[in-house]
Design a protein around this ligand. Structure first.
Ligand SMILES: Nc1ncnc2c1ncn2[C@@H]1O[C@H](COP(=O)(O)OP(=O)(O)OP(=O)(O)O)[C@@H](O)[C@H]1O
Ligand SMILES: [Mg+2]
Length: 809
């Protein structure tokens, strides 16, 4: 990027003013973009920052600057939080490369490396738990990076982001990195309201421009009209013609050339669907130098099938040297896996695909395999990846082209068109910075495709960020325990959920907090060594009031008499008060007066908030009622809500079924369970049943599980009634669908057996097992000695083989 003289001058001035930023920038192998420079400058000047920029724009640099700033102070710390473990692993490696292994830690629930390091990468949940536990690791924390902060909108996990943002100590600077959400300003306003000084930096410029195409048969047409000078948003007239003709107006020349006309099963020109098959699309992109490409296919089975199809057609996209390199990398990484597991995981077929430059990428795969695919892709060894949309999130894996075979996906219930936000996110993977002059998106033509609709998908700004925050049981005990009921309600008023519902309340609650702080200061200033000055001030105020009353209106004789008597009494009491003789009396009185006025305002504001209090605090009230009924919270002698010993169990149990787990532990329902039985129980509690599982009969593990599960379900049902009574939605009934598989696994069964029994993909099983370990870990901390020991043994029994296999530590 070349700068004008004026820009150069401005830059050099900034560099003099901000030597730390200049030093940081000098160490980079590229120049900072304006949005990066502005974001870093805000941090350098001590403000928090929200950066919203497209995929691949380079938001990480801002986080790296925060790390740089922290490391330039004597012993400041910085936490880097991400929503995804794979992303945490990636960042951890990057920081280790720059700062050395001693300086960097990693905490993801199943990995615990160097937790007291000055730079710690962690999942957002880990940080939330630390905040509630008031962990000593939070000492000297100066910066927190929240990568992919738009996860805040996630229906299941989003609340955690808000909890962290609300509870971080005030001195911590926050670096929030977000995709280009359409309401970044509103989100920024909220951050400003809860965290103080926050700059909002929005960049909508893609780092590499995007060329968009529609693939009709074997012809690649531009989506937009490129005949004019500048890029327009007019749909390519040729594409319009094709659309009107239903794809039939494309000539057959290219088809014949490519296919040799020997595939009778394909439609003849002019006969229906105008699509070529995948191997042909791959060959076509290869011929046009548009590889590497990511094909987004919205189903895992579809991805796997696509790989097979392409391999079957004999596609080979790698050179001999590349194949050697691929094999070496994969073998080095997979050495830890047992031979029998390799077979179950389809390792050989997978390796065959990798060597030919083709792979799938989706959540059904073993996480470690997914990471290998990412690594090979980043090293330019893979040319074609068939991926589900999870790839569009976070992981840095850009390609030259992105192919969309369809513009709709299955959302679990129905086929729905992809949204403009999703389209932006997916095509955000097209175009590698520093490698590609431009990125390409290729939409494959289907009958009835409307080019205008596609064009509008492509040119609109992304999706809005909406809060998914709601108070949970665990959150409620934690907050009440730390802050008491009133303060908790105020804190909940600070949530983005409430902010969006009623922007004003957040401002009021903040003012309230400020007022309270000032009042404490005033109390300090009016403190008198001779006695209780506020009592004295109260007397003076009363006298003033009585004098005012006496001077106005027409009181009856009797009234005047009574006022007079009271006035005389009050004056006497005032003169007798020890503070009356204080040399600094009038000075104290001025502070007392200020305190009083502020108190009036404060009370009025509190009333205002109470009447305006929205759903969040109301939901909290209901949650607190349920907890009080069950004895997790109780009233102390002053009527204040406090947590009980049972509450202290609930405080450490996180997740959808927090209350049920706490209740089961408290009632000793799992006391007799053996190691595998407890693992099976944990599986029933973390598993979210699929729609078609319900009402089905499952094979249940032997031993005490059956009875313990029945009793747990009874407790669930009691809770469900109670929640309904208190107008709360309650949790899903626990499902033992995967319990016997987890039971078998904990008793040493092979991966093959477990996967066949459950019809689970390896990736799903590993994810389930890790959630089980997570829950067992919580249980091991709060349960009594016996169950605690069983839980610890169960963790060891579950965390073995592919479950323990990862790329880090
Ligand atoms: N100013 C720059 N000039 C050139 N390359 C850059 C610049 N800033 C960052 N990059 C490179 O761009 C790539 C993508 O950056 P990064 O991963 O930070 O993107 P991101 O904004 O976090 O995207 P995502 O939304 O996908 O997380 C990295 O390889 C990075 O080194
Ligand atoms: Mg990023």
């Amino acid at each position: 990027m070349s700068l004008s003289p004026a820009e150069r001058y401005a830059l050099s001035r900034q560099q003099r003013r901000q030597p730390r930023l200049a030093q940081f920038a000098a160490g980079l192998r590229f120049d900072l973009d304006p949005f990066q420079r502005a974001s870093c400058a805000a941090l350098d000047e001590g403000r928090s920052v929200l950066v919203a920029a497209p995929t691949g724009a380079g938001k990480t640099v801002v986080a790296e600057f925060a790390v740089f700033l922290a490391m330039n102070e004597p012993d400041a710390k910085v936490f880097y939080t991400t929503p995804i473990k794979a992303l945490s692993n990636q960042k951890f490696q990057e920081f280790v490369d720059v700062w050395g292994a001693e300086a960097v830690g990693l905490l993801t629930g199943d990995t615990n490396v160097n937790s007291s390091a000055r730079i710690v990468v962690m999942t957002t949940e880990v940080l939330r738990n630390m905040l509630y536990a008031d962990s000593p690791l939070l000492d000297r924390l100066a910066y927190v990076v929240m990568d992919e902060v738009h996860y805040l909108a996630d229906r299941f996990r989003g609340a955690v982001w808000e909890e962290v943002i609300i509870h971080l100590p005030e001195a911590v600077r926050l670096v929030s990195l977000s995709a280009t959400v359409s309401n970044a300003e509103e989100f920024g306003d909220w951050l400003q309201a809860v965290r103080g000084d926050t700059d909002v930096i929005v960049s909508e410029e893609r780092p590499v421009p995007l060329e968009q195409h529609v693939l009709v048969k074997a012809k690649l047409l531009d989506l937009f009209d490129s005949s004019g000078q500048a890029a327009t948003h007019r749909v390519n007239p040729e594409l319009q013609r094709v659309a009107r003709a239903g794809g039939r107006s494309i000539t057959t020349r290219s088809e014949r050339g490519r296919r040799g006309g020997d595939r009778g099963r394909f439609h003849q020109p002019g006969q229906g669907s105008a699509r070529i098959d995948r191997p042909e699309v791959v060959a076509l992109l290869h011929g046009k130098h548009l590889l590497p490409a990511i094909f987004f296919i919205f189903s895992r089975a579809g991805c796997d099938q696509a790989v097979r199809q392409v391999l079957h057609a004999g596609v080979r996209l790698t050179e001999a040297a590349e194949r050697d390199e691929i094999r070496a990398i994969v073998e080095a990484r997979a050495r830890m896996l047992r031979d029998e597991d390799l077979a179950v995981l389809g390792y050989w077929e997978w390796l065959e695909g990798l060597e030919r430059g083709v792979a799938a990428h989706h959540a059904g795969m073993l996480p470690a395999f997914k990471e290998i695919v990412e690594e090979l892709f980043q090293q330019k060894l893979l040319k074609v990846v068939f991926a589900t949309e999870t790839l569009a999130l976070g992981v840095n894996m850009p390609a030259r082209s992105v192919v969309l075979e369809k513009l709709e996906k299955f959302n679990g219930e129905a086929r729905v068109p992809i949204t403009p936000g999703e389209y932006t996110q997916l095509t955000g993977r097209a175009g590698r910075r520093g490698i590609d002059v431009e990125g390409h998106s290729v939409i494959q033509w289907v009958d009835g495709l409307d080019p205008e609709a596609v064009a509008s998908l492509a040119s609109r700004r992304s999706y809005p960020l909406n809060s998914s925050f709601k108070p949970t049981y665990n959150m409620a005990v934690n907050l009440v325990d730390q802050f008491g009921r009133e303060r908790t309600r105020q804190i909940l008023e600070l949530s983005f959920a409430q902010f969006q519902a009623d922007r004003a309340v957040v401002d009021l609650a903040r003012t309230l907090r400020k007022q309270e702080e000032s009042m404490v200061g005033y109390e300090e200033a009016m403190r008198c060594h001779l006695g209780d000055f506020s009592e004295y001030a109260g007397l003076r105020r009363r006298i003033g009031e009585l004098e005012r009353q006496a001077s106005k209106g027409n009181p009856t004789h009797a009234q005047r008499e009574r006022m007079q008597r009271e006035l005389v009494g009050a004056r006497k009491a005032m003169r007798a008060h020890p503070c009356h003789g204080c040399a600094e009396r009038e000075q104290h009185a001025r502070w007392a007066e200020r305190w009083w006025r502020l108190k009036q305002e404060h009370d009025q504001l509190s009333r205002q908030i109470r009447t305006r209090t929205g759903q969040v605090a109301k939901r909290f009230d209901r949650v607190a009622e349920v907890l009080e009924v069950l004895g997790y919270l109780e009233r102390d002698e002053h009527g204040a809500l406090v947590s009980t010993s049972a509450g202290r169990i609930l405080k450490r149990i996180y997740g959808e079924r927090d209350l049920l787990v706490a209740e089961a532990l408290r009632q000793g329902l799992w006391d007799g369970l053996d190691v595998a039985g407890l693992a099976a129980m944990a599986a029933a509690l973390v598993y979210e049943p699929r729609r078609d599982d319900r009402g089905e009969q499952f094979k249940l593990p032997r031993g005490g599980f059956r009875e313990a599960f029945e009793r747990t379900t009874d407790v669930w049902s009691g809770l469900d009634d109670l929640e309904r009574e208190h107008r709360l939605a309650g949790s899903e009934q626990p499902s033992p669908a995967l319990s016997s598989a987890m039971y078998a696994w904990a008793r040493g069964a092979g991966l093959g057996t477990v996967l066949t029994d459950t019809e689970l993909a390896a990736g799903d099983f590993v994810r389930l097992a890790k959630q089980v370990v997570d829950l067992l870990d919580q249980v091991s901390i709060v349960a009594d000695a016996e169950v605690g020991a069983t839980a610890r043994a169960a963790i060891d029994a579950v965390r073995r083989g592919v479950v323990a296999y990862g790329t880090v530590a």
